[in-house]
Design a protein around this ligand. Structure first.
Ligand code: SAM
Length: 317
């Protein structure tokens, strides 16, 4: 059993599926590993405890508070360890600047941390009142307040339908549009009240969570971030290196699944071609034939693991 209790990291964010992450990620004890979403450093710390002293660890996060927490959490780690404030879509530039060449494992643990959700002033949660912000990085310009108050109704409709998987999105958007003409919707409580007035009571908290998540995905460009970073991460892997992704939204998981499938495929010439003309070779072997879900015991002790889906692949030559 892996301990996830050390140095306040469990208060910041309990790492999800720790045993499965280590199982799929580690190919070499003395390798170089990148955690693209280090949060409070929960996964990084258990990785550090599982690797030899010769390993090298890098943690990235676009949130400066996470960078501080992870740096604190990894203090005293026996390996060379670097924690960097960066978006993972900038992986190419950052690895070049940090003179990182090929690496043996890359982890993405998508979404937000418990610390972010629980910090009312960040505005991620409908459970606590706070400014309608939702930026993972306070220097970014787009906030949830801008999305909710200034986006066209068509654009909002698309966000709630696509990211929020909400079939009755029109009612919600109509309610938002009416309210924002009366006053600015600038707090999570105000938004929550409008949403509540326009969705049915059944499974209300789940629906509110999904609608807040939809706005957050838009504010932080989360799907574009992932689509940009995946090919760059694969390029960085040494042969035999592993890519492990934990996602919490069906659209994220779909992006990962399609990416792996496409890169695991060899020749794509039409059947009638007598010999291959495309020269496409499989680049990865998919290690998780079926998506891996957390064990029931984990979900009981950490409800935030509930929607986690893990996929992993290994780089071929
Ligand atoms: C689920 S938490 C990670 C928790 C971490 N694995 C741990 O065990 O403590 C996700 C983290 O990813 C960060 N993040 C999300 N999207 C990012 C991106 N595009 N680039 C860098 N960091 C990102 C968030 O700021 C957040 O801290």
């Amino acid at each position: 059993m892996i301990s996830t209790e050390g140095k306040n990291s469990s208060l910041y964010h309990l790492p999800v599926m720790p045993e499965e992450v280590l199982f799929y990620l580690i190919s070499r004890q003395d390798g170089t590993y990148l955690d693209m979403t280090c949060g409070g450093g929960g996964h990084l710390r258990i990785l550090s405890e599982s690797l030899s002293k010769k390993a090298v660890l890098f943690g990235f996060d676009r949130d400066n508070e996470a960078v501080k927490a992870a740096s604190e959490n990894l203090k005293g780690a026996p390996q060379e360890t670097h924690i960097v404030n960066s978006r993972f879509s900038e992986i190419n530039r950052v690895t070049r600047e940090n003179k990182i060449d090929k690496v043996d494992g890359i982890l993405f643990d998508l979404g937000v941390s418990s610390h972010q959700i629980d910090s009312s002033e960040r505005g991620f949660s409908f459970m606590q009142d706070g400014p309608l912000d939702m930026r993972m990085n306070a220097n970014d310009s787009l906030t949830a307040e801008t999305v909710v108050n200034e986006y066209s109704t068509d654009k909002l409709l698309e966000i709630f339908r696509t990211y929020g998987e909400q079939p009755k999105a029109r009612r919600i958007v109509t309610a938002i549009d009416k309210k924002r003409q009366e006053e600015k919707i600038d707090t999570t409580d105000k938004l929550q009240a409008v949403l509540k007035s326009s969705v049915s009571g059944k499974d209300l908290n789940n629906t509110l969570a999904r609608l807040f998540q939809a706005i957050r995905i838009e504010v932080n460009g989360e799907l574009d971030e992932l689509t940009t970073a995946l090919p760059e991460a694969l390029d960085l892997l040494a042969p035999g290196g592993r890519l492990v992704i934990l996602s919490y939204h069906s659209l994220e998981d779909r992006i990962v699944k399609r990416f792996f499938k496409e890169r695991a495929k060899g020749c794509i010439c039409p059947d009638k071609f007598p010999v291959c003309a495309c020269g496409k070779k499989p680049e990865v072997k998919i290690l998780t034939k079926k998506v891996v879900r957390p064990k029931d015991e984990e979900v009981v002790s950490n409800s935030r693991a509930r929607s986690a889906r893990l996929r992993a692949a290994q780089k071929l030559n």
